[in-house]
Write a protein of this length. Structure first.
Length: 186
């Protein structure tokens, strides 16, 4: 007996990253040998979402990065953060975080542009970010020497729980006014 909703739930659960509707449809078509409409699959996904929201569970089905993924509910984030902090031996260095921020806000960006903004060599930071798959090579610049262009990856989107780069906080929201000198005019 065909139960697509259970298969969809299994696909989302087994996926390391968010899974798109098109990927779900492809898998269902291969298993059941029939076509599935996008709206039909979305109906099953919404049913799964409702089930996890209504029941007393610690996980929820979330739409991120144009796909679906099971995540821990926000209520449990503090305790999960404690576990992650305890286990995280390979944290990003301050230099890598700064490099990642430059890539996120200026993408696509060359290594030279990153280095001009940061004022230091970024070879090691870029290499570490590529290894962790938080950034990727998105092409080559048209400038002299055709340097590589770097952009954030879908892993970056998943990690930060956003669907697109426009959901990043505005840079003005992140600035600290406490470093200003003198009184501010209102």
């Amino acid at each position: 007996m065909e139960q697509p909703e259970l298969y969809i739930e299994a696909l989302i659960f087994a996926s390391e990253q968010s899974i798109r509707i098109e990927e779900i449809i492809y898998c269902l078509q291969m298993v059941f040998g029939r076509d599935y409409a996008i709206e039909e699959v979305k109906m099953y996904v919404y049913s799964i979402q409702r089930r996890y929201n209504e029941n007393n569970t610690v996980i929820e089905l979330v739409n991120i990065n144009n796909g679906y993924q099971f995540l821990t509910k926000k209520t449990y984030h503090p305790i999960i953060n404690l576990l992650q902090q305890q286990r995280s031996k390979k944290k990003l260095s301050q230099a890598a975080l700064e490099t990642l921020a430059v890539v996120a806000y200026k993408q696509p960006v060359t290594k030279t542009e990153i280095e001009q903004i940061r004022g230091v060599n970024c070879d090691y930071s870029i290499q570490k970010l590529l290894e962790k798959e938080l950034i990727n090579i998105s092409g080559k610049s048209d400038s002299i020497g055709k340097p590589l262009l770097y952009s954030t990856s879908s892993q970056f989107m998943d990690y930060f729980g956003i669907n697109n780069i426009n959901e990043l906080p505005n840079i003005k929201e992140l600035t600290n006014d406490s470093s200003t000198i003198g009184e501010q005019a209102e």
